[in-house]
Ligand binder design. Structure first.
Ligand code: SR1
Ligand code: MG
Length: 397
């Protein structure tokens, strides 16, 4: 008697996705709706539903109870959908222009219904196609400054921050990163995936004890440092871009971790373009690297000076120490991302899309060398020229 009927999880299809948006009243009654599954990521379904006459649309993202990239043999929590919806709402409250609006979320169905961004392009695809996106990295610098600062102990009352950290405890998705980013690529693990022609280069990594010690330190930082609420998977496939607009999507890996992690992933995914672009078109990527760091540094410093609540934020040298730590960590995390996207389980189109085998292998060897160089030389002055010098040295080596 009086028992609540719990909606049961089931994967959506075109007709149940359309039924859901109709139930939510997101379109007028007479709308003729089309629905396409457009997800090309590793984990979820993504449905694009549009009204054929107005072309107005929405996106429904649904988590599957397993990792799509591997199949049902790799079960994965549906709770990531709640984490994602809540993270979108929190990040959207700090930078509404840079995050899609969430219209609805349902924990049982593991769905998030959000703003249609299909008029923009996934920035990885746009960058591969040679598009320039002059505002992209300035927007990402602003996004990082705000999301880091407003979720950190520099701004939040410590109890509130700990509540957030509890709400965003995300052990299953963190475990994916712990394994796929920080561990497996440095050992002969089953998940690794690389061409035969890379065997010697890969074995050199596996036997490099100095490199493994540094990878261990970076993994420890990821495991233990609860500095800010991270996006957790901020590669260029998690960012929609256009000439004027940028939107950060997919924060299902969100958790409290070291601030340099998101920045490092973004650096690394730009660096794939620095590696693969030819001649002077690399310069655009160096400009992106400058833009993201300089914007981040300026915005974060302003927030620190104007809005910090932590008493030590007025102590001389503390801001510089904090920026230095974020920069150093970011270089190390960027190195791990370069290596894991080259020889680990989940690759990037920037490299795998190179059809000429010789060129592809050369690009991958460069990515491995650059990854190693960033990890080993990450204790650099927090100046973007320190990063571009390491990159240029490796690209010319
Ligand atoms: C099994 S998931 C593989 C990768 O896809 C996601 O986008 C994350 O980057 C994860 O590491
Ligand atoms: Mg994703």
């Amino acid at each position: 008697m009086g028992d609540k009927i719990q909606p049961i999880y089931e994967p959506l299809n075109s007709s149940s996705a359309i039924a859901l948006v109709n139930r939510l009243g997101l379109f007028t009654e007479n709308s003729v709706l089309t629905c396409n599954e457009i997800g090309d990521g590793n984990l979820n379904y993504v449905f694009h539903i549009a009204d054929t006459s107005s072309n107005r649309g929405v996106i429904i993202k649904q988590a599957l109870p397993y990792a799509k990239v591997v199949g049902e043999s790799w079960p994965l929590t549906l709770k990531r959908a709640v984490i994602e919806a809540n993270a979108l709402k929190i990040f959207g409250s700090f930078c509404p222009q840079l995050v899609p609006k969430v219209y609805y979320s349902d924990e049982q169905l593991a769905v998030t219904v959000m703003e249609d961004l299909s008029y923009l392009k996934i920035s990885r695809k746009g960058l591969i196609a040679g598009e320039e996106y002059p505002l992209l990295s300035r927007h990402i610098g602003q996004y990082l400054a705000k999301t880091f600062f407003y979720t950190s102990d520099f701004y939040l009352e410590p109890g509130k921050k700990k509540d957030f950290a509890k709400q965003f405890t995300n052990p299953e998705l963190c475990k994916i990163t712990e394994d796929l980013v920080f561990t497996d690529p440095f050992f002969d693990a089953e998940t690794n995936d690389f061409e035969k022609a890379l065997t010697e280069a890969v074995k050199n990594l596996w036997s490099d004890e100095r490199l493994k010690l540094e990878a261990a330190k970076l993994k420890k930082s990821f495991l233990t440092e609860q500095e800010v609420l991270l996006h957790g998977d901020l590669h260029t496939g998690s960012i929609f871009a256009g000439a004027q607009e940028t939107k950060v999507i997919d924060p299902e890996f969100a958790f409290y971790g070291p601030a340099g992690f998101d920045l490092g992933l973004y650096f690394a995914n730009l660096l794939f373009q620095a590696i693969t672009r030819k001649g002077s078109s690399k310069e655009v990527i160096f400009t992106h690297l400058h833009d993201v760091w300089l914007t981040f540094e300026a915005e974060f410093s302003t927030l620190w000076k104007q809005e910090s609540k932590e008493v030590y934020c007025k102590t001389e040298g503390y801001l510089e120490y904090t920026l230095q730590k974020i920069f150093t960590d970011a270089l190390g995390f960027a190195g791990c991302e370069l290596i894991r996207r080259t020889i680990g389980l989940a690759h990037v189109e920037d490299l795998d899309g190179i059809s000429n085998e010789g060129e592809r292998i050369l690009a991958k060897k460069t990515a491995l060398q650059l990854g190693r160089a960033l990890i080993m030389n990450r204790q650099q002055e927090a100046k973007i020229e320190s990063l571009t010098t390491i990159v240029k040295d490796q690209l010319l080596a």
